[in-house]
Design a protein around this ligand. Structure first.
Ligand code: NAD
Ligand code: TDX
Length: 353
């Protein structure tokens, strides 16, 4: 069996990637390495946890000795690296945690892969290190244009600076040591198991509970939204068919101003909750803008579409409706992840804005 390490598999996107690989590739043994931070939740993987080709490993990618020992024990033939601190607002309050996990953690994994795969005595052939990154490394667009794989990096938040740095390290290991690696940069994801600190699940949670929906600034910032299962499928395609040393942009070709997205979500929620039309929109509350808030992200994914044959599968309206239905049907999950500290942090924070 081919041994594949997926990091951050208990998080939002990682859980979809784990699910896809465990069920599509019975000849792979999938090791899901996750620290289980506030964002990691084994409930996200209840449906795959008993599969015989799946194993969970609790651990921290910032612990180099632990990572080295894990690689020495299993001699993984592939890594799909998703573990990260992923929330921009948290990076503004605590940048160092982002440096540790996103930069140091990534370099620890690169070192372990290099030692295991490229040593002269017992090299591992055909291995690949897949680094999952974000479109935020490219910075902010004006009204026009799209990010391509050749767009210069211009990160603005501590989060995007840490992801940009980790991307540079992956390329440096490719160029300096010949480490077989590939990178993808994806736009904003949405779908099931999304932690309700991010815009869409936070808004669903607040609308459901008749709490204010915090819209930063005037709500004019634009994001390019992609259904998370389409991202997981792109990762599968790139992992198997992408070329080492290459970068692939992944995006939904689906730009929405935050305020328009929130209004659409309010309409869907009114219908699903049998509320009068316009009732949820009354919860929209414009709050202080995010510091350094990037105006617009939009991805050109034509390289991935033309070279590897991937394209997004769902219309946004359809994907958003499916997502709302999932959150309404999975109240226990939502209640579980929003218990304890969540209440103090989010409800306290927005009260102050
Ligand atoms: P998430 O925050 O939902 O999940 C991150 C996971 O990593 C969690 O399970 C957490 O426990 C784990 N983790 C954090 N620190 C760790 C550590 N030190 N050691 C081991 N595990 C640790 O994140 P996500 O939204 O699923 O994003 C996954 C990856 O995709 C990230 O690298 C992110 O930068 C990238 N990405 C996300 C989006 C998006 O829209 N969410 C878009 C593009 C790229
Ligand atoms: O309460 C909110 N109100 C609001 O107006 C929140 C949480 C966000 N926003 C705005 C900020 C952004 O313009 O909505 C937009 C989306 O915000 P987030 O959900 O925080 O996502 P974003 O900052 O765009 O980053 C996301 O996409 C790229 C992920 O969190 C990253 O991990 C990914 O790399």
């Amino acid at each position: 069996m081919k041994k594949l390490l997926i990091t951050g598999g208990a998080g939002f996107i990682g859980s979809h990637v784990v699910r896809r690989f465990v069920s599509s590739y019975p000849d792979y043994r999938i090791y899901n390495l996750d620290k289980l931070t506030y964002a990691g939740n084994l409930e996200n993987l209840r449906d795959v946890e008993k599969q015989s080709n799946y194993e969970f490993v609790k651990g921290d990618i910032t612990d180099a000795a632990f990572i080295d020992a894990l690689f020495a024990q299993h001699r993984f033939e592939g890594v799909i690296h998703l573990a990260a601190e992923s929330h921009v607002d948290r990076s503004i309050s605590n940048p160092l945690e982002f440096v540790m996990t996103n930069v140091v953690g990534t370099v620890n994994l690169l070192n372990a892969a290099r030692k295991t795969w490229l040593n002269k005595e017992t090299p591992v052939s055909g291995a690949r290190f897949y680094h999952v990154s974000t479109d935020e490394v490219y910075g902010s667009l004006g009204e026009e244009g799209l990010f391509t794989e050749k767009t210069s990096y211009d990160p603005h938040s501590p989060y995007s600076a840490s992801k940009a740095s980790s991307d540079h390290f992956v390329r440096a290991y490719c160029d300096t040591y010949g480490l077989p690696a590939v990178i993808s940069n994806c736009s904003n994801n949405y779908g099931s198991f999304h932690f309700p600190e991010k815009l869409i699940p936070l808004a669903i949670h607040n609308i459901k509970n008749k709490k204010p929906i915090p819209v930063y600034g005037k709500g004019e910032n634009v994001r390019d939204w992609l259904f998370v299962e389409d991202h997981a499928r792109a990762i599968d395609v790139i992992f198997h068919k992408g070329k080492n040393g290459e970068t692939y942009n992944i995006g939904g070709n689906n730009e929405w101003k935050n305020i328009d997205l929130i209004r659409l979500l309010c309409e869907i929620m009114d219908r699903k909750l049998n509320r009068a039309s316009g009732e949820s929109a009354k919860l929209i509350s414009f709050v202080l803008d995010r510091a350094g808030h990037d105006l617009r992200y939009a991805i050109d994914s034509s390289k991935l579409q033309n070279e590897l044959g991937w394209k997004p599968s769902l219309r946004f309206e359809e994907g958003l409706e499916k997502t709302v239905e999932w959150y309404l049907a999975n109240e226990a999950w939502l209640n579980n992840v929003t218990s304890g500290d969540y209440k103090k942090y989010y409800e306290g924070q927005y009260a102050k804005r």
